[in-house]
Structure formats: C-alpha cells, structure tokens
Ligand binder design. Sequence first.
Ligand SMILES: [Zn+2]
Length: 101
Amino acid sequence: MLYIYCPHCGEHRDEQEFHYAGEAYIVRPANPDEATDEAWGDYVFFRDNPKGWTWEQWSHGAGCHKFIAVKRHNVSNEIAATYTMQDGKVAWQQEQQEAQS
Ligand SMILES: [Zn+2]
C-alpha cells in the first residue's frame, strides 16, 4: 500500500485515492509537422519500462482531481518525492541533464 503525498492538498493519502496515469514527461516530437510516422508511433504507443526509479503521473481522483508527478522505485515501491507537474518537470529535467553529463 502506497501513501502518496499530494502537493496540492498538502496531505499524505492512501493510494486508493489516486489513479495511475502513466509515464510522466514523455518527450513530444520537436517539429510535429515534420515528425515521421515512426516518431509519432514511439511518442503515442511506446513507453520505457525501466526497472528502478521511474517518473509517473498520478491524478488525485478522490481529492483535488489534479495531476501530480511521483518519482517511485518500481521494485521497492519507495517514493522519493512527489511534485506538482510543473515542479516535477524542473526536477526531471535536472535529472536528465545530470544523467547525460
Ligand atoms: Zn490532492
């Protein structure tokens, strides 16, 4: 059972109040008009499936109905942090940059 902190409500709540909404921060093709069918297919249908830390989006369906970003380890179920989608994107981008350097 997960207890998820909702940054909008400011409270930890049972996961049953939330709905998993898939991988967070999927990168949309930069030039939509010029993107190939393969690039659109990757964007729409294919997801990473790493073992370890993942960035997910959840909605607080039984609460504020807002989406939040959750950094969760999908083996241990540990939650490192939860963010508003905007704040999470900043943290996610920083993590991506650190991984590339
Ligand atoms: Zn909430």
